[in-house]
Design a binder for this molecule. Sequence first.
Ligand code: DC
Length: 221
Amino acid sequence: MNIAIDGPASSGKSTVAKLLAKDLGITYLDTGAMYRAITYLALSKKVDLKDETKLQQLAKSADIKFMTSDDGQKVFLNGLDVTQQIRTEVVSQNVSLVSSYKSVREELVRKQQAFITKGGIVMDGRDIGTVVMPNADLKIFMVASVEIRAKRRHLENLERGFKSDYEAIKEQIATRDEYDQNRANSPLTKADDAILLDSSHMTVPEVVAEIKKLLVTKKLV
Ligand code: DC
């Protein structure tokens, strides 16, 4: 069973996708983490982020692995644990640019498709239902208002003990939405056969339950 969950930044996709995969006993793949890993690599190697060829080479040669641990999923890049580093402010601010390049996307889509096995997978991202898994058994397009998403991210930061500015987060989310939706290559769009799920006024367990109901309706479980 292959499930695609797409949607804008901070819509709650990864939290839901992770729980769903755990419940169903199938793999979870965070494709955003892969774009973040390449962005982090480029920044740490001081690669010019306008140099698409260089970025494509990085994406092609990068070894990205995921490992499930007690405190969540860890991301390894060329053998190093970069789980924390890929979530920094500087990576968040530059990842939209890096993920806008066609050749970078092609390399990462190839890597993402290699994760699809007979065992089933839940993938979350922006182009999963449209490009990476066009034949997914269930496609969800998850949305929530900018205000709600900013509030969630703000609370998450405070819980982690990070400094946080709600207004600044709101602005960043709106900018990233704009960029992700309007880029030329694989922009964030709902696949025709995806089910729209507005999580603005739903809790995480409610969203997971709703998706499980859809799986039952489609006779997938
Ligand atoms: O889901 P996220 O915020 O961690 O994703 C980081 C960035 O990566 C986001 O700005 C858009 C990009 N992305 C993408 O273009 N395609 C995907 N499948 C996943 C993420």
